[in-house]
Design a protein around this ligand. Structure first.
Ligand code: URP
Ligand code: ZN
Ligand code: ZN
Length: 479
């Protein structure tokens, strides 16, 4: 049964909402409680809060209350692979909110020759007037000059406390080890976290050229030319460079395979400040998906992303990684490209397929099904992976990422039993396919609040274009 609005007083300004009898889940607790929202904040959590204190009372018996999800790895409105990712800062935000994600940190990519300040202005302009949820930016460095080195020191004053370096995409976003090492050192001194896309782009470039010369053009060759050992090599190299940079904090994004994960686990076991992230889709798909369907082998292009999908044993390793904490965040790497008009750019060559997959709307429900309902993790661990750890790692905690008095009232009323089928037809992402098309799942974000405002109510959109805010972030709270 849907959570019921029990009472709505006839005041014109609805500022206080009381959610009653929910099972309230945080990274540390799983308890029955009432929660009072006052304006944008959580004002009280406790047993039997007096309903007379509220303008609106919602009965959430049999529902879970979760902190709004934080997706720290997204690419909205991003120029890439000769095209632009298909969700902008409105369509991507609306879709995220329907899925229970209330804030995100996107990648501002430094166009070569530009300052970081100018790059950030460009990315903030993309969000201006469109944002419907709260957002922040990491800056991806593509062109390191002495002036840019100095700018890295200033990033925290601009509300940006993480940089990203691509070790792959040769000729486009890839940086060399000199850049990597210099950035790690200055980032460490400045309270800035270094994130890396770990794949050996030089070796991949040779494998791609060889494959194309031999006449291999189909999407499955995307995976064949990006083997797991080249992800593991880059992961090990980044870890070694970070260690030599005086234990610079290092965050490895979108880990896909056991060998790369083992490198992170070894670093963490010896006490190095190394942190891993994986993405929800890596629990679901394997290299076989890149073969496409019998009718349409090119359909494999829908699953073209980097690093690519791996094997079943890697999925088992990733589940172990989130359980043990070496992978501390599950994000999406949401980077959508329409199949019919954008993925098709690679019809003649797998190397021209824009890299990236959609998922900003699907993250919570798909992780819930892959990891909670299968008994691998508890609901509290789920909250840790999707909200609390992203908030701590990216300088948003405790403003966001938890349910505590004084925190932003970013709240999801989660229906843990409703069953439904995932489909592009009912999704809100601006893309013509869904990776999980036809999968039957259990659980759904039923009501979603952003800073106290109800933005999603069942299938009804109540949010506001332009209602999202830029989040200036603090430095990471590192364990
Ligand atoms: O294929 C992907 N992952 N596209 C987005 C860019 C990146 O590497 O994160
Ligand atoms: Zn990447
Ligand atoms: Zn990415």
């Amino acid at each position: 049964m849907e959570s019921q609005v029990l009472e709505r007083k006839s005041s014109t300004i609805m500022s206080k909402t009381l959610i009653k009898k929910a099972r309230l889940i945080t990274a540390s607790d799983d308890t029955r409680a009432d929660l009072l929202i006052d304006g944008e904040k959580i004002a009280a959590i406790g047993m039997d809060i007096d309903a007379r204190t509220a303008d609106v009372v919602i009965d959430a018996t049999d529902k879970l209350l979760l902190p709004g999800g934080i997706d720290n790895h997204t690419h909205l409105d991003m120029p890439f692979g000769g095209t632009v990712s298909s969700d902008d800062f409105f369509t991507g935000h609306r879709a995220a909110l329907f899925g229970g994600t209330t804030s995100h940190v996107d990648f501002c990519i430094q166009p070569k020759g530009h300052t970081l300040r100018r790059s950030l202005e460009m990315w903030r302009a993309k969000a201006d007037g469109k944002a419907a949820m709260d957002y922040g930016f990491h800056v991806a460095i593509t062109d390191l000059t002495d002036a840019v080195m100095e700018e890295i020191r200033d990033l925290p004053s601009m509300g940006v406390t993480s940089i990203k370096l691509f070790m792959a995409y040769k000729g486009a976003l890839q940086v060399d080890d000199t850049t990597l090492f210099k950035c790690m050192r200055v980032a460490k001194e400045s309270g800035v976290l270094t994130m890396v896309h770990a794949e050996n782009g030089d070796a991949i470039d040779i494998l791609i050229k060889d494959a194309l010369a031999a006449g291999h053009t189909t999407p499955d060759w995307h995976e064949r030319t990006r083997p797991p050992e080249l992800e593991a090599e880059a992961t090990n190299r980044a870890i070694a460079l970070a260690r030599a940079a005086g234990d610079a904090p290092l965050f490895i994004v979108h880990v896909t395979n056991e060998e790369a994960l083992n490198a992170i686990s070894r670093a963490r076991a010896r006490g190095q400040r190394t942190y891993g992230e994986t993405c929800v889709q890596y629990f679901y798909f394997t290299r076989n998906n890149l073969n496409g369907s019998r009718n349409d082998p090119f359909e494999g292009a829908k699953w073209v992303c980097s690093p690519p999908f791996r094997e079943h044993n890697d999925q088992v390793a990733l589940l172990r990684g989130i359980r043990l904490g070496d992978l501390m965040i599950v994000s999406t790497d949401h980077c959508p490209f329409n199949y019919k008009t954008q993925k098709i750019l690679g019809a003649e060559s797998f190397a021209a397929i824009p890299n990236g997959v959609p998922g900003i709307e699907d993250r919570l429900v798909m992780l819930w099904n892959a990891a909670v309902l299968t008994g691998h993790i508890s609901p509290s661990k789920f909250v840790e992976l999707t909200a609390t750890n992203p908030a701590k790692m990216f300088g948003l905690y405790p403003r966001k990422g938890t349910l505590s008095v004084g925190s932003d009232a970013d709240i999801v009323i989660w229906d843990p039993v409703v069953r439904h089928t995932v489909s592009a037809a009912t999704s809100h992402m601006n893309i013509d396919y869904n990776l999980y098309e036809g999968m039957q799942v259990t659980g759904k974000a039923e009501k979603v609040f952003l800073r106290g405002s109800l933005v999603v109510d069942g299938t009804s959109w109540q949010g506001t274009r332009g209602g999202g805010r830029f989040m200036a972030r603090a430095s990471a709270l590192l364990a």
